[in-house]
Write a protein that binds this ligand. Structure first.
Ligand code: AMP
Length: 250
């Protein structure tokens, strides 16, 4: 089967986010960008499926600007076979991403689509769910363990208070959680090999999707700075402050 892995280019998780002076969004100019960390986990899982003989081909797809090619190259260096860049400058909301991924899935016919559980830039946690609904395929979200059979998958999901194990018929959409695996680092020879792997470029219009945003961002603001703390000399002073000043104990 083919495995489709949507990979998003986001601000690297180590970067200290700065809000633009005009409060229209987050500063991305001259900022280190990387693959969304949950998508690395999805790529790792897909490559492991290929290594285990459960998948024939791993396709990485990204919707974003020309530079999202680099994100696809990272997936190729980790072991994906080919890439698809759906090029679009500017904001693409989860619904538009899901519509584009639906069109790609209909063209490619994957047995499973492995998304990240959420993109760390918008924290939407919507794409996999919307995609599953649009395709009419089953979904397994927040997957921390995945076993692929011939016509169904067994997925363990991280839910409040424990782990839930479900079976879904294939083809299905999964969104992967942190504990599914530890993504590999691409080796230098694999980075070199990835340069020769094909990346097909399309536009949203080629796939019949209008990516125009449906939402308007009213304002983006920094969180208020944290107040400085105080040091107390001993437990007695701490208890007194909690009782008399913070009034959180009686
Ligand atoms: P979100 O719903 O935005 O939190 O994103 C969830 C997942 O959908 C991500 O981890 C990716 O797997 C996929 N995704 C979202 N946006 C994009 C994009 N622009 N390109 C490729 N995949 C995306």
């Amino acid at each position: 089967m083919k495995v489709l892995v949507p990979v998003k280019r986001v601000v690297d998780y180590n970067v200290k986010i700065r809000v633009k002076a005009d409060q229209t969004g987050v500063e991305t100019a001259n900022v280190k960008m990387s693959m969304n960390p949950f998508d690395e986990i999805a790529v790792e899982q897909a490559v492991r499926m290929k290594e285990a003989g459960q998948a024939e081909e791993v396709i990485a797809v990204s919707i974003g600007p020309q530079q999202a090619q680099e994100t696809i190259r990272t997936a190729l260096a980790m072991g994906a076979d080919r890439g698809i860049l759906v090029q679009h400058d500017g904001e693409v909301e989860p619904l538009a991403v899901a519509k584009i991924l639906k069109a790609v899935a209909e063209a490619e016919g994957p047995g499973v689509i492995l998304c990240g559980k959420q993109a760390i830039d918008d924290d939407a946690n919507q794409t996999a769910q919307m995609l599953s609904a649009l395709l009419g395929w089953p979904q397994a979200t927040f997957v921390s363990k995945l076993e692929i059979g011939s016509d169904e998958a067994t997925a363990t999901r991280e839910v409040d208070g424990g782990l839930e194990t479900i079976k879904v018929k294939l083809p299905a959409v999964c969104s992967v959680d942190l504990r599914l695996n530890e993504p590999r680092y691409a080796s230098l020879p694999n980075i070199m090999k990835a340069k020769k792997k094909p990346i097909d470029t399309k536009s949203p219009a080629d796939l019949g999707v209008d990516p125009a945003p449906r939402l308007t961002t009213v304002k983006v603001a920094e969180p208020p700075p944290r107040q400085a703390g105080v040091k107390v000399a001993d437990v007695a002073e701490l208890v007194a402050k909690l009782r008399d000043e913070a009034k959180v104990i009686g």
